[in-house]
Design a protein around this ligand. Sequence first.
Ligand SMILES: [Zn+2]
Length: 66
Amino acid sequence: MRYLDKAALGHHEDWYGTNAAVSCSSCGKVFIVSATLHRKGRKCPACGLCTAIVTKQQVSITEPGD
Ligand SMILES: [Zn+2]
């Protein structure tokens, strides 16, 4: 499990309100995840191995093996 750090977003990450862009830790694909559209999180659209979820407090990325 990995979390976005709002104060130190990477070049392939963004977080605005209830939406975030994250990079898949398995394949590197950057994808959007939204708290309102993806209540149970969203899998990487390229490989499906990682799941990102936005909650009120944080953006987390679950990786295979977590
Ligand atoms: Zn992926």
